[in-house]
Design a protein around this ligand. Structure first.
Ligand code: MLT
Length: 227
């Protein structure tokens, strides 16, 4: 599924859903939980995030790529790796990533994917007995390069091309085959990378393009992400 706008075409009720927002929501979640954050609660609105903030959660997130002034953290993986966050609970709201998570909530298993935990995700999925839905968060309903490239990387890792049941999966697989050798080169040409580079955060784009920095598979459990 290349964007949340298409999710109604899929039945998530019997699938393992991998939510993908490489720039940057799911990369932040992997970096945070891989660095010792206790849990991350994704919420749809700024108000919900503030309500959790009043209960002691660290508030994180962005709108249109920019940190909200009243929040403690923005949406950079470097924010999430701060030593002081070890053992803390984070509440986050983002433009696309947390929306995709909300739309996956009826699935029996929801996990978080990013290049930062690619190998761990592939290992986990290779043992799965369920059908798998790779759910790209996209950008405001549109297709994006970075999430599609990651979907292709997962398909490449699973090595089960014969079982792809959609042209969408086949297209992602061949995208990765042709462009996956250097994810940073390709991702830095994406629209969202251009958007983020206007805020001077090239280091986030480079970091989110790295593979296998963390051996964790964050899972949604009772509304919060944990490992
Ligand atoms: C999102 O959820 O839309 C993003 O992670 C945007 C960003 O902060 O880069």
């Amino acid at each position: 599924c290349y964007t949340p706008e298409l999710i109604h075409q899929f039945d998530v009720s019997d699938k393992t859903v991998v939510v993908i927002d490489v720039l940057r929501a799911t990369s932040c979640m992997v970096a945070g939980l891989g660095s010792g954050v206790a849990s991350i609660t994704p919420v749809a609105s700024v108000e919900e995030c503030e309500a959790l903030g009043a209960q002691g959660y660290v508030m994180a997130g962005e709108r249109n790529g920019e940190k909200l002034p009243q929040f403690h953290l923005g949406n950079s993986p470097f924010d999430y790796m701060e030593k002081s966050l070890k053992g803390q609970k984070i509440a986050t709201t983002t433009t696309n990533g947390t929306r995709a998570l909300y739309l996956s909530k009826d699935a029996p298993e929801v996990i978080i994917g990013a290049f930062l935990n690619l190998k761990a995700v592939v290992n986990h999925l290779s043992k799965s007995k369920r059908d798998i839905l790779l759910f790209c968060a996209g950008w405001k309903g549109k297709y994006n390069l970075e999430d599609s490239l990651f979907a292709g990387a997962v398909l490449d890792g699973l090595k089960k091309q014969a079982e792809f049941d959609s042209d969408a999966a086949t297209a992602a697989f061949y995208l990765y085959q042709s462009m996956g050798k250097d994810p940073y080169y390709f991702i830095s040409r994406s629209n969202h990378a251009k958007r983020l580079s206007k805020f001077g955060i090239l280091k986030d784009i480079e970091y989110c393009s790295r593979c296998n920095e963390f051996d964790v598979v964050p899972k949604l459990k009772n509304g919060e992400l944990v490992v």
